[in-house]
Design a protein around this ligand. Structure first.
Ligand SMILES: Cc1ncc(COP(=O)(O)O)c(C=O)c1O
Length: 478
């Protein structure tokens, strides 16, 4: 039988108590120490203690921590209040992320560190023609606001997409932004004040951590696995025991970095849970249209009944990376977000909005997204078998069902930050796991982009990475 992670940890503690490592009355490791030694986040460690508390194997003492007790010998005195739950983590994105981003302009030969695709996979020439045509026929798009007729055509195109994705979005709840990043920023600004706690998946896209840091917010990281997505059990626990959470940011479709796709039933339960707690969800569906199956998986927003979900997406991943065109449908927060958009960036380029309207309504977007999906599906398949062949035996990957990312769990002895230094010397880059959390986790994980056509050079690079990982594993055994 396999237990959730917190239960494994609790069982390990029980075994240590049975061995006499922690006799009754002795103090157990702090939540932080336990989290660090088991490579989990504080919430999972706290969850292990709470479970042991329910089993009457540990007790919490105020401002002192957790203590081992004799089975069945729960103290007869009144139960002391529990220690405060972890208050959420202040985010401090360090130099590792800046260093990683700076690799993009460098001469590294095989770049696998960003969530992006090769430019040959986007319709750049066709887009350039359409942009030039737009300008030649309507130069006023440079100097004037977007005409209403064009806006209607654009929103009609978005509504058509949303219908296909099983969401019904009213036209008066659609606004264009500068990328999905701006949409999420506006959502967070409309829901939070500095110091508030935002629940996020862990591991989580480092760009979201940067946005959260810039707004002076704290995060509560909820475990997310490649096969299931965000853990509903851990989230329910955090909402009961943790600090008040202002909102949840979730990527239910092909999460970054794990690539996880939440099953529909979990999505429904997640939406219900958040509605019961009256906590809004900011849904980021930036990878949703890059599915490898037959249809766009349902967004969380498809289950929204009371406008509590802010849906954010963009054309960055699926169509035109540098146009920086995103959009949101903000439910009951839409008006406030629209007002904040004015102070953020005032408006989104009329020329680009008019061009994307054309692309949506002429079918170019649909054709291009279908072509990109085909490439990504094949590239992911090649990458997965190459990694499994080249990396140490107990390396784990859950095959992505969409998106452009592959999350690789190396054996415990491999430190992927050190591995990156060696890989860079061989002119190969990837994203080390530790940039995907505000806490010191995921040191054995790495994220690869599958957004590049499979070539001999890619195959060689994966073989080299595998050799380096095996070398790191051997060195740790010496
Ligand atoms: C999950 C996720 N959301 C948002 C973004 C950024 O989107 P945009 O470039 O449209 O701002 C990224 C980029 O990698 C991402 O991975």
């Amino acid at each position: 039988m396999s237990f959730p992670r917190y239960r494994d940890i609790a069982e390990q503690l029980l075994a240590a108590m049975a061995r006499g490592d922690y006799p009754p009355g002795s103090r157990l490791p702090s939540v932080r120490q336990l989290a660090a030694s088991c490579a989990v986040n504080s919430l999972t460690a706290l969850q292990a203690y709470r479970w042991l508390e329910q089993q009457q194997r540990v007790e919490a003492r105020e401002r002192s921590g957790f203590y081992a007790i004799q089975p069945g010998e729960r103290q007869r005195e009144p139960v002391p209040p529990s220690p405060p739950a972890p208050p959420g983590t202040w985010v401090q994105v360090d130099d590792h992320v800046a260093n990683l981003l700076s690799l993009s302009g460098s001469s590294i030969a095989t770049q696998l560190h960003m969530a992006e695709c090769d430019d040959s996979l986007y319709p750049s020439a066709e887009l350039s023609r359409r942009l030039q045509h737009k300008l030649a026929h309507d130069a006023s798009l440079i100097g004037a606001h977007l005409p209403n007729a064009v806006r209607h055509a654009l929103y009609g195109g978005l509504q058509h997409l949303a219908d296909e994705w099983q969401m019904s979005l009213p036209a008066d709840q659609l606004t264009m932004t500068n990328g999905c990043t701006e949409a999420i920023q506006l959502a967070l600004r409309s829901l939070t004040r500095p110091g508030d706690v935002v629940a996020v998946e862990t591991p989580v896209y480092f760009g979201l951590l940067q946005t959260i840091e810039s707004l002076g917010l704290r995060v509560l990281e909820i475990p997310c696995t490649p096969s299931e997505g965000i853990s509903l059990e851990a989230l329910a626990f955090a909402l009961r025991q943790g600090p008040p959470v202002r909102c949840l940011v979730a990527v239910a479709n092909f999460q970054n970095p794990t690539g996880s796709l939440m099953p529909d039933d979990s999505k429904r339960r997640l939406v219900e849970m958040m509605r019961r707690h009256d906590i809004p969800i900011i849904e980021d569906d930036v990878f949703g249209d890059l599915y490898f199956g037959s249809d766009h998986p349902k967004p969380l927003k498809a289950w929204d009944r009371d406008g509590g979900i802010i849906y954010c997406s963009s054309f960055t991943k699926s169509f035109a990376p540098t146009l920086r065109l995103g959009w949101f449908s903000g439910g009951r927060y839409h008006r406030r977000m629209e007002r904040l958009k004015v102070s953020n960036s005032f408006a989104t380029s009329s020329l680009l909005q008019a061009t994307i309207a054309d692309c949506l309504n002429s079918g170019l977007y649909d054709r291009q997204a279908a072509r990109l999906r085909q490439h990504l599906r094949e590239q992911a398949r090649r990458m997965q078998s190459a990694v499994l062949e080249a990396f140490p035996l107990d390396t784990r990957i859950v095959a992505p069902q969409g998106g452009m990312l592959m999350w690789v769990e190396c054996p415990e002895t491999v430190d992927t930050l050190a591995l990156l230094q060696r890989a860079l010397q061989a002119s190969i880059s990837f994203a080390p796991g530790m940039v995907f959390s505000a806490e010191p986790h995921f040191r054995r994980h790495l994220r690869l982009s599958v957004g590049y056509p499979w070539t001999d050079r890619q195959a060689d690079a994966i073989r080299t990475l595998g050799e380096l990982a095996k070398g790191a594993q051997r060195a740790s055994l010496l």
